[in-house]
Write a protein that binds this ligand. Structure first.
Ligand SMILES: C[S@@+](CC[C@H](N)C(=O)[O-])C[C@H]1O[C@@H](n2cnc3c(N)ncnc32)[C@H](O)[C@@H]1O
Length: 247
C-alpha cells in the first residue's frame, strides 16, 4: 500500500466530520495572522490571490478569506465539503498537490500542518514544488509547515488525548514508530456520544520525515529562493518548521 493508497483515503474520509473537533487545539487564527505577516515581508508580486494546498476542512482559509481571494485544494472530497460550508467566499478543487492544474496564478501558496509530509519521496516533494512554482506569479511565495528531522521520533512512543465538545467526545490513541525516514502513525479513535461509544475508527498513515536541508535544496533546485523560519507558527513544538520559497 502506497502512502496515498485507497485505504488511506477511505480512513481519512471517515475522520472528515470529526476533524475540526480533533484539532480544535490548533491555533488556526494565529497561523493565518502569521501567513499575512510573511506575505507582507516576502511577497513582491503584490496581488492577493492565495491557494491553500491540502486545505483540509478550510480552517486556515476561514481566517484568510477576508484578506485574500482564496482557493483551496485537497485530495479528500469530504474535507473539501466541510471547507465549503466554512468558507463561502472561496473556490475549491479536489486534486492531488503533485498534479493539480488550476487555471490561475497565485501570489501566495500555503501548505500547512505537515501536509507535505504525506508525500512519500523527495521526487514527490520536487514534483509538488515544481507545480507550486508553475502556479505562482513572479515575486509570489510559498509557505509550508513541514515536520523535519528524525531525531524527535527516535524512541517509539504512544500518545493519547481526549477532545470534547457538547455531547461528543473523541479519545485518540496513537502509536508512533520510525522506520528509516518514514514515521508510521497508527491511530485508533473512539467516538462517544453522551459517554456511550458510537464508533471506532482506525487510521494508520505514513509520514515521510524530510531533513531541513532536503527541503531547502529541493526548493532551490526548483528555482525558489529558500528561507527557513525556525519554529512552528504556534511555537509549541520544535519538530516542524516553516519554510518559505520566493519565486
Ligand atoms: C494534517 S491534514 C491538514 C489539513 C489542513 N491544512 C489543516 O491545517 O487543518 C493533511 C491534509 O492533506 C491532505 N492530503 C494528503 N495528501 C495530499 C495530496 N497528495 N494532495 C492534496 N492533499 C493531500 C489530506 O487529505 C488532509 O486533508
Amino acid at each position: 500500500m502506497g502512502f496515498l493508497g485507497q485505504k488511506f483515503m477511505i480512513e481519512y474520509q471517515k475522520l472528515a466530520s470529526y476533524y475540526d473537533l480533533l484539532y480544535s487545539d490548533i491555533e488556526y487564527k494565529n497561523d493565518a495572522t502569521k501567513v499575512i505577516t510573511l506575505y507582507k515581508q516576502y511577497n513582491t508580486s503584490q496581488g492577493e490571490k492565495l491557494l491553500d494546498v491540502a486545505c483540509g476542512t478550510g480552517s486556515h482559509l476561514a481566517y484568510l478569506q477576508s484578506s485574500f481571494e482564496c482557493t483551496g485544494i485537497d485530495l479528500n472530497e469530504l474535507m473539501i465539503k466541510q471547507a465549503g460550508k466554512k468558507c463561502t467566499e472561496c473556490k475549491f478543487h479536489v486534486a492531488d498537490m503533485r498534479t493539480f492544474q488550476v487555471d490561475s496564478k497565485f501570489d501566495v501558496i500555503t501548505c500547512m500542518f505537515h501536509s507535505m509530509n504525506h508525500l512519500p519521496t523527495i521526487a514527490d516533494l520536487k514534483k509538488t514544488l515544481i507545480n507550486f512554482f508553475d502556479h505562482l506569479e513572479s515575486g509570489g511565495i510559498v509557505i509550508m509547515e513541514i515536520i523535519h528531522g528524525r531525531e524527535y521520533f527516535l524512541n517509539n512512543s504512544t500518545h493519547s488525548r481526549i477532545s470534547k465538545k457538547d455531547n461528543l467526545k473523541i479519545k485518540r490513541t496513537a502509536n508512533l514508530m520510525l522506520e528509516g525516514n518514514i514515521l508510521i502513525f497508527d491511530g485508533h479513535y473512539e467516538i462517544f456520544n453522551h459517554d456511550t461509544k458510537i464508533k471506532d475508527i482506525d487510521h494508520k498513515h505514513k509520514l515521510r520525515i524530510f531533513e531541513k536541508e532536503e527541503v531547502l535544496s529541493a526548493l532551490e533546485a526548483v528555482g525558489f529562493q529558500a528561507i527557513y523560519i525556525a519554529k512552528t507558527f504556534s511555537g509549541k513544538e520544535n519538530l516542524s518548521g516553516i519554510f518559505v520559497g520566493i519565486k
